[in-house]
Design a protein around this ligand. Structure first.
Ligand code: DSN
Length: 444
């Protein structure tokens, strides 16, 4: 089905690019754990006439006229989110996860206040206080890490919290393979009077499906993106819990103000409609089965990879993601080899990273997208075997110690990988697998 008939007629260049990306997505497998594939229903919402509207403000309190329908769309998305996550207050306007998180700082802290979050190189997110993020420029960020076994170091978090008395503590990450200990973190936050904000961007769909514990009973605020395991459009949400409202009855209004007018302008109403549609999908029994299968697939992939000799951070996974240890600074080399066989993954730091965030030593894999394509455990075995064989092809490649040589070296690895006969053969097998599991357009 050609979804782009008008673009085809009036803009050949963009049309060609869209078709190329459709082909890339159909003929390869996305193993980046933060990516997913939305339903046609979500795409229709995002491509709808709602993109034409400005609606600064909130339902029934807008700065522009003509928002009667938009109000209903926003209320629908909010109500669905409230019911699904069991929270009393939701803001669905954040453009994505980073502004959602920044709004939490604005709602709970003053510039210069101390905050705590998981270190980026130990799996945390930029916006949890990493030095290159605005969050560390405007707030005094204390960072915590993980133990050698890959689990959060609760004792260290408690020691740091007692020492630094942060106003806000983050729990949540972008590269953490274990279940988040929300209860323990809440105990620590409560003991120092800090707000606990849970960033569940990665695991929101698992939480909804009952495949991961919910932070809602423990955190004051919960943020998420809507496009990862939740399988919605690119966007964000901020939820205030009952516990949050008990700590500060005005927290909801503070969050709203932080998003608009403090941080953002008009909301992306077409995205809000897409979020509403995705939340309806996520409330179905089918989605519960889907979320659980994501985790089963990740565990299967972990087991199959380890059986073939791959070393994983923390020796496995509890969620949708795994982190392969690839050797010092070799993450990019393995990413290139996987790319050459049609598997898209991303190089990533590993705990106690021996190299650097630019040239890290791991590769992050995830199963949300392949599970959306209805793959199960037998397919994870095929994917694991493909990964292991691709890694073997590049096993002698080493990142140059001389920093100035690295870029050219990786470009040459890429060129050779795409011409390598062994990798070409595996790529053909991956294409066959993709044909058997096409991208579905509906999930309900
Ligand atoms: N970019 C997201 C991820 O890949 O995890 C985090 O923001």
């Amino acid at each position: 089905m050609n979804l782009y008939t008008h673009i085809q007629k009036q803009d050949k260049e963009t049309y060609k690019l869209l078709l190329a990306e459709e082909k890339r997505q159909a003929e390869g497998l996305e193993l980046i754990p933060s990516e997913n594939i939305v339903s046609q229903a979500v795409r229709e919402a995002v491509g709808s006439c709602l993109t034409n509207k400005y609606s600064e403000g909130y339902p029934h309190a807008r700065y522009y006229g003509g928002n009667e329908v938009i109000d209903q769309v926003e209320i629908l998305a909010r109500e669905r989110a409230k019911k699904l996550f069991k929270v009393p207050y939701v803001n669905v306007q954040p453009y994505s996860g980073s502004p959602a998180n920044f709004a939490v700082y604005l709602a709970t802290c003053n510039p210069g206040d101390t905050v705590m979050g998981q270190l980026l190189t130990a799996g945390g997110h930029l916006t949890h206080g990493w030095k290159a993020s605005a969050t560390a420029m405007f707030y005094k960020a204390v960072q915590y890490g993980v133990k050698p076994d890959g689990y959060l170091d609760i004792k260290e978090i408690e020691r740091l919290a007692k020492k630094h008395k942060p106003k806000l503590i983050w729990v949540g990450a972008t590269a953490y393979v274990r279940e988040f200990p929300f209860k323990e973190l809440a105990k620590i936050a409560d003991s120092v009077g800090a707000y606990l904000a849970a960033d569940i961007a990665h695991i929101a769909g698992l939480v909804v499906a009952g495949a991961h514990a919910s932070p809602v009973p423990y955190a004051h605020i919960v943020t998420t993106t809507t496009h990862k395991t939740l399988r919605g459009p690119r966007g964000g949400m901020i939820m205030v819990t009952k516990k949050g409202l008990a700590k500060d009855p005005e927290l909801g209004q503070k969050v709203d103000r932080a998003i608009f007018p403090n941080l953002q302008g008009g909301p992306h109403d077409h995205t809000t409609a897409g979020i509403a549609v995705a939340l309806k999908e996520a409330a179905t029994p089918k989605f519960r089965t889907y979320g659980k299968q994501i985790v089963r697939n990740a565990k299967a992939l972990a087991k199959d990879l380890m059986a073939e000799g791959v070393e994983l951070v923390s020796g496995g996974t509890d969620n949708h993601m795994l982190l392969m240890k690839c050797g010092v600074g070799r993450g990019a080399i393995v990413e290139i080899a996987l790319d050459a066989i049609g598997l898209t993954a991303n190089k990533n730091t590993i705990p106690n990273e021996p190299s650097s965030p630019f040239y890290p030593s791991g590769v992050r894999l995830g199963t949300p997208s392949v599970t959306t394509r209805r793959m199960k455990e037998p397919e994870m075995k095929i994917i694991a075997h493909a990964i292991v064989r691709a890694m073997a092809v590049v096993e002698d490649e080493q990142l140059p110690t001389e920093k100035g040589e690295r870029k050219a070296y990786l470009a040459s690895v890429k060129k050779h990988a795409h011409a390598n006969p062994a990798l070409k053969k595996i790529h053909a097998e991956v294409r066959q697998l993709c044909k058997k599991f096409p991208i579905p357009d509906s999930f309900v």
